[in-house]
Design a protein around this ligand. Structure first.
Ligand SMILES: Nc1ncnc2c1ncn2[C@@H]1O[C@H](COP(=O)(O)OP(=O)(O)OP(=O)(O)O)[C@@H](O)[C@H]1O
Length: 356
């Protein structure tokens, strides 16, 4: 069993900074988990704690039934049966490919013949069969990252940890490697924890995505659930570029403060309660009219990302088909919004589209 469990894990750095706060996380055997969150939210701290480079101040970490950290236990990284791939600088330039890949096997004192066999097998897995003698300097960035992946896999780890492993690569290579990584790890049945700052990569690859903020997991769910039912304004804003609007609830409707926006709301709060609505860009339509102005438009293959100002509110819109021009006068229709009880802390952290 290669499940990964974090029980009440907290980590405070020596200078007092809280890296992780009360993390409870159960990753199933063979599950692919992505960690996302703003810079400084604790993604790397969590990954490095599982890897064994950092020791939690409280709580326990287990792989399967085996405790790796907690109390008086602290298993060193090389004995955790993990593979790791970092963003870059992962391949030693003065060693050929075979020497790089066999490194974990040498450390484990595996015989030379067995090493050769396993290196060939790992290189085959990552599409670099026959590259044993190559000097890393003669490889492309993508090939070097595949060498790092082969080295992470050669010792047949139970869990694979990826720290921005694809981030240094350019598209379309990155896209291809992303696909290969997904296929390969699924075929091998590996449990994967993947840290990335790329939200669409996380949503594309993972069975579940954990959204971190200030050392805590704010939501962990399947990609579709995260997009359709973000647990908080923060998650809606971070993952989907939702526009956050302050207002109140009255007679089963959300009413924006000092703004004509009013929407049905199924949140059962007493009339007059303060609330925050998260308007997802895909829930807004641009229609003929003249009470909003297009401020920017970015074309993407999936549609245009448009920003409009509407009675002083800055609203993000995802359009399909037509691409409005900057300066166009339009009208907007908001189909629905996810409404939350007002959270002063979130409102303070995030710029809310407050009507002028
Ligand atoms: N060695 C350290 N000493 C003190 N504080 C640290 C140390 N490393 C990280 N931190 C702090 O711990 C918190 C979490 O950092 P971490 O690197 O885990 O975030 P992250 O989500 O990986 O960020 P990024 O996306 O920028 O890589 C931050 O507040 C950071 O400043």
């Amino acid at each position: 069993m290669a499940s990964v469990t974090l029980e009440n894990v907290s980590l405070r750095y020596r200078n007092g900074t809280l890296g992780l706060a009360d993390i409870d996380l159960d990753i199933a055997d063979g599950e692919f988990i992505a960690l996302v969150g703003p810079s400084g939210s604790g993604k790397t701290t969590l990954l490095r704690s599982v890897a064994g480079f950092l020791t939690p101040t409280a709580g326990r970490i287990l792989i399967g039934d085996r405790q790796l950290a907690g109390g008086s236990v602290s298993v060193p990284p090389e004995q955790r049966e993990l593979g790791m791939v970092f963003q870059q600088h992962a391949v030693w330039p003065h060693w050929n490919v075979a020497r790089n890949v066999e490194y974990p096997l040498r450390r484990a004192r595996v015989s030379r013949l067995e090493r050769q066999r396993r290196v060939a097998e790992a290189l085959e897995l990552v599409g670099l069969a026959g590259y044993e003698r190559r000097d890393p300097a003669t490889l492309s960035g993508g090939q070097r990252q595949r060498v790092a992946l082969a080295r992470a896999l050669v010792a047949r780890p139970r869990v694979l940890l990826l720290d921005e492993a694809l981030s240094a690569l350019d598209e379309p290579l990155r896209d291809r490697l992303r696909l290969e990584l997904h296929t390969l790890t699924r075929e091998l049945g590996l449990t994967v924890i993947h840290v990335t700052h790329d939200r669409s990569e996380a949503l594309a690859l993972a069975d579940r995505v954990a959204v971190l903020d200030a050392g805590r997991i704010r939501q962990i769910a399947a990609p579709q659930t995260l997009l359709e039912r973000p647990a908080s304004p923060f998650v809606a804003r971070f993952l989907s570029d939702a526009t956050l609007v302050d207002g109140h609830v009255a007679a089963g409707r959300f009413r924006a403060a000092d703004h004509p926006l009013a929407l049905p709301c199924d949140l059962s709060l007493p009339d007059g309660s303060a609330a925050t609505a998260a308007i997802l860009p895909a829930a807004v339509r641009i229609v003929p009219g003249d009470d909003a102005v297009v401020r920017s438009t970015l074309f993407t293959p999936e549609g245009s990302d448009v920003v409009v100002t509407w009675h002083g509110m800055t609203l993000r819109v995802r359009t399909h088909g037509m691409r409005p021009q900057v300066g166009d006068r339009v009208a907007v229709e908001v189909g629905h919004a996810v409404v939350y009880p007002h959270e002063p802390a979130v409102a303070a952290e995030l710029p809310v589209a407050t009507p002028a």
